[in-house]
Design a protein around this ligand. Structure first.
Ligand code: NA7
Length: 545
């Protein structure tokens, strides 16, 4: 029960966001620890990133049977996925099913956007306010706001003057958009843009795709799941879940240890072909050094470039799409359903905005340094202010009036991606500094939520009233995050959102922990087992332990 001696009544925990993270965090705190917990959610329903990302072709890049909660064997057995890669509506059906099955909705306040949160040091609690002027108070604040939930609409001169309609893929209208017969301009060719192009092209009168950085993509080879596969999954969920907890990226398939150079050229070619036919992110699974060794990577990269050139019939389009300036998978590797094939359609034009950047939106279209393109609708597939954006827009103020935006002025600083120095009793689920976006997200989310739940149980059992990271532990962890990234090719993509490079003015810091989910889990477990090393625990103003 909330503590009613203070106004507003003090909850044990306030959770922001009702996506995968917030829903599970509610379940853990309320049903396993018996705490008073409430979720505040800006949307009208559950689903988080999937609630907002309803753009044409929106589909998960993780395979459906692995893109789900694993905490409940019953849930794993009763839910039946229908496609290899679930489409947004199917994921929403799943999330709604989970919300109903575990009676989560009664403790979620929908249509409630958090606009501020501040630490009340005198009372040892978080005070939170919403866009509607409601006030909440809680002992623990858990930001479960996702990594990719703050839309990045580039500030292009003249957007206000545009007489047509413009949309961002991450804030897509729920009623959908009818592109029939329209001239559509799509800016952006990341994972999202690559998914939306084939679907919009089918409907639109004409689609002009504005590409800044060419991207690798492997075929998803999406298909309905056979009854045999569905039965196999159900019979093997124990092993599948176990594997997901052991692999570097939290996927259900293992990446082979062997090097690209351990086999003959013919064998390598056959392996890449096999992987290409298998499709999806499993393309990386044939060799262990694709993401760590530039020479090995270049073999995979050249294979994909060749596939692009073989698929795209127009030589100029093929050149633009295959001249890629970074190693394969150094940026988030998209998977597609007919992206390069769609480029062969007569109603699709590809514009190189690296050579000729966009300079303005006019009342009737998009102008680059070379030409103007008349369009009726602009689709911004321009991504997100990733990882830090969703946290910063909460306007959080910690100890001694420290704003999170100031604490992170030079980039995010966090211990294990779980807690920020100066922000006691606040936890971030899959925050910067944790493996998060480099993994199959539900695996990272379940690990964080369970760790946070265990930590809160420990604090309560020990009568600890504050936890926050030690500054030295934060500094040491940042070094580890940098070192882990440096062991991979990830920092070599200068336009990557992992580095914050997609948002002008954002500090260039490699944000996720690239050391792998399994290693990270071990580190977190050890920290907890050793009495929360690296965290400062206080009781009545004095350090504990
Ligand atoms: P991404 O991967 O950040 O892609 C955004 C795309 O938009 C990318 O091609 C950008 O080019 C392009 N972009 C961004 N700003 C501009 C401007 N101002 N002009 C031209 N082009 C621009 O976002 P997605 O939504 O595709 O994917 C995000 C994640 O969601 C994805 O990785 C999955 O995890 C799910 P750039 O590469 O920066 O040159």
């Amino acid at each position: 029960m909330p503590d009613t001696s203070i106004n507003p009544p003090v909850l044990d925990a306030l959770i922001i966001g009702a996506g995968f993270s917030g829903m599970y965090q509610l379940l853990c705190l309320r049903d396993r620890l018996g705490l008073s917990a409430l979720v505040l959610e800006a949307g009208e329903g559950v689903g988080g990133t999937w609630y907002w990302n309803r753009y044409p072709g929106a589909r998960c890049d993780s395979e459906s049977h692995s893109y789900c909660y694993s905490f409940s064997p019953e849930l794993l057995q009763e839910w039946v996925w229908t496609e290899r890669y679930p489409e947004q509506p199917e994921i929403m059906r799943y999330m709604n099913h989970v919300a109903d099955r575990f009676s989560l909705r009664r403790d979620i306040r929908f249509n409630t956007r958090v606009t501020g949160a501040s630490w009340d040091a005198a009372e040892n609690l978080w005070r939170v306010e919403t866009h509607a002027g409601q006030h909440y108070a809680a002992r623990y604040l858990i930001a479960a706001v996702g990594c990719l939930s703050t839309a990045n609409v580039p500030k292009i001169a003249g957007l206000d003057s545009f007489e047509g309609r413009w949309l961002h893929t991450g804030e897509w209208p729920h009623e959908g958009v009818d592109f029939t017969g329209l001239r559509v301009g799509q800016i952006g060719t990341g994972s999202t843009g690559i998914q939306s192009v084939p679907v919009i092209a089918e409907q639109a009168g004409h689609l002009t795709v504005f590409q800044r950085t060419a991207n690798y993509s492997t075929p998803a080879r999406n298909a309905p799941l056979t009854a045999e596969f569905q039965a196999w999954v159900k019979a093997n969920y124990g092993d599948i879940t176990q594997t997901m907890r052991q692999t570097r990226n939290g996927h259900w398939f293992r990446i082979q240890d062997r090097s690209v150079f351990s086999v003959s050229e013919e064998e390598r070619e056959a392996a890449f072909e096999r992987a290409w036919e298998k499709g999806g992110l499993q393309f990386r699974s044939e060799f262990g050094d694709i993401t760590t060794n530039l020479e090995a990577n270049s073999k995979a990269a050249e294979f994909i470039r060749r596939k692009i050139r073989e698929t795209v019939t127009d030589p100029e389009k093929a050149r633009l799409l295959s001249e890629i300036d970074h190693p394969y998978a150094a940026k988030r590797p998209p998977i597609d359903s007919g992206y390069f094939e769609a480029m062969n359609r007569d109603n699709v034009t590809l514009v190189d905005v690296k050579a000729n950047p966009i300079v303005a939106i006019t009342p009737t279209g998009i102008r680059t340094t070379a030409a103007e393109y008349e369009v009726d609708v602009i689709v911004f597939a321009t991504g997100f202010d990733a990882m830090t954006g969703p946290l910063l827009r909460l306007n959080i103020t910690g100890r001694d009036g420290l704003a999170l935006s100031d604490a992170w002025a030079a980039g995010p600083r966090s211990y294990l991606g779980l807690q920020v120095e100066g922000f006691p009793n606040m936890f971030t689920v899959t925050g910067p500094g944790s493996p998060s976006v480099l993994t199959n997200m539900p695996v990272a989310i379940e690990q964080h939520v369970e760790w946070i739940t265990q930590a809160i149980a420990h604090l309560r059992a020990e009568g600890v009233d504050r936890i926050e990271p030690d500054p030295q532990a934060v500094a040491d962890w940042l070094v580890k995050v940098d070192e882990a990234a440096a062991e991979t090719l990830l920092p070599q993509a200068s336009s990557s959102w992992y580095l914050g490079a997609n948002v002008p003015g954002k500090p260039r810091v490699f944000m996720p922990y690239a050391g792998g989910m399994a290693k990270y889990r071990e580190i977190c477990d050890r920290v907890a087992a050793e009495g929360y090393t690296g965290f400062v625990l206080e009781r009545d103003g004095a350090a504990v332990g």
